[in-house]
Design a protein around this ligand. Structure first.
Ligand code: SF4
Length: 398
């Protein structure tokens, strides 16, 4: 039986711009060094999505940074097909002339599987569906946050997550200039903050600016939290910061909200995917929106059915969302998309809170399954390869 893993695996603190293309490859490179500390040279071959969008996602840069004291060659293999789109082959020669190999697969959210062994992580939760968790909570008369507390002690770590999210927004709002790369995009977060001339929708305008701030920090390789991925790391922080601005929530309530959002993200990771290379952007920004909607429902004292419905609505209306980053950078459409999803999370919660509790025809568990099936139906051109959609049309006179 698949069991849900710790929230720490979902909320990773690290450098952007991509959990699958920078965090995962960095972890794999460190693992290869740990296995073979006596290396003299290394050749790293990137396949599939890593080969197609690795340059824009800084995969080569991050791998080289781990092997900066030895000879390191990176090969972008655009032709050889692998079972998983984010496969890496490490071949190293040690100082005694012995050859060593390791296959690593960056499966999403910074997780890595080695030599065809399935990623296990730290499995701490005994349930693997929202329905089974809900049944447990009802029988034991506990909330979803209390459910998380029952199986892992994560308060200290989530306090760090909370601060890292807010710090990313704060840095992003202060920094101007250009994002790295050849697209020549200006950082916009600061200019998006509402001013005196804005009389209406100030809170929502702030949500937009906050999502841009965190996402621009991610695009620049700043320290962010995967929620659930780097590319989608602006959604939940924007909703968190807007909540702090608009109402006096207790810190504990907000940390508990992050627990519930983490549970939702982990359920999606367990039963569907959080990888753009596997299931398109619905798996990244769609999942982030679902987590943020559940967060809002929880901190506003909603019952468990409303929380489920908010998360379900948010994911349902991202079904089919493609991943087509222009020139492989996590910038267009990613940054703007985080802002749209943050607003959509607020809307999903609002709609869920007005509908009749317990009357939903589509469950959260069902939408996870549908999302994965939809992702598998998507052409590989729309799964983080930059071979279709905006990535193909950008710069053309259409
Ligand atoms: S389009 Fe979505 S899934 Fe693809 S890189 Fe951007 S944020 Fe990630």
């Amino acid at each position: 039986m698949i069991i849900i893993k710790t929230c720490k695996d979902l909320y990773k603190i690290g450098n952007g711009p991509s959990s699958s293309h920078t965090m995962g490859p960095k972890a794999a490179s460190l693992e290869f060094r740990k296995r073979y500390p006596n290396l003299a040279s290394v050749k790293v071959t990137l396949y599939g999505s890593l080969a197609l969008t690795g340059r824009g996602h800084l995969t080569d840069y991050i791998v080289k940074s781990v092997f900066d004291d030895i000879e390191c060659e990176i090969i972008f293999d655009l032709k050889t097909e692998q079972e998983h789109p984010n496969t890496m082959l490490f071949v190293g020669l040690d100082n005694d002339g012995n050859e060593h190999q390791m296959i690593a697969v960056s499966v999403g959210g910074g997780d890595v599987e080695y030599d065809n062994v399935h990623f296990t992580g730290s499995e701490v939760y005994p349930h693997n569906s929202f329905d089974s968790i809900k049944d447990y909570c009802v029988v034991n008369n506990i909330t979803l946050a209390e459910y998380v507390d029952k199986f892992e002690d994560i308060n200290d770590y989530l306090n760090e997550v909370y601060s890292t999210m807010l710090n990313a927004i704060s840095r992003g709002l202060k920094t101007e200039g250009l994002l790295p790369g050849e697209l020549g995009i200006k950082r916009k977060a600061k200019s998006l903050m509402p001013s005196k001339r804005h009389f209406f929708d100030k809170a929502r305008r702030k949500t937009i600016a906050y999502a841009y701030a965190a996402s621009e920090e991610n695009a620049c390789g700043g320290i962010i939290v995967t929620a659930p991925t780097c590319g989608a790391s602006g959604v939940l922080p924007a909703v968190l910061k807007t909540s702090i601005d608009t109402r006096r929530y207790k810190r504990k309530t907000l940390i508990d909200g992050l627990k519930v959002a983490g549970l939702i993200g982990n359920l999606i990771r367990t039963n569907a995917s959080i990888s753009g290379a596997v299931a398109g952007c619905q798996a990244e920004v769609g999942s982030a929106c679902s987590m943020a909607a559940a967060f809002l429902a929880y901190i506003n004292n909603s019952d468990i059915d409303v929380i489920q419905r908010a998360a379900e609505i948010a994911l349902e209306h991202h079904l089919g969302l493609t991943c087509d980053p222009v020139k492989g950078y996590v910038q267009i459409p990613c940054i703007e998309r985080n802002a749209v999803a943050a607003l959509r999370a607020q809307d999903a919660y609002l709609i869920a809170s007005e509908l009749i509790s317990g009357d939903a025809k589509i469950s959260f568990d069902m939408i996870c399954k549908t999302m994965l099936k939809t992702g598998k139906d998507l052409s590989s051109r729309y799964r983080e390869t930059s071979e279709g959609g905006l990535a193909l049309d950008y710069g053309k006179d259409i």
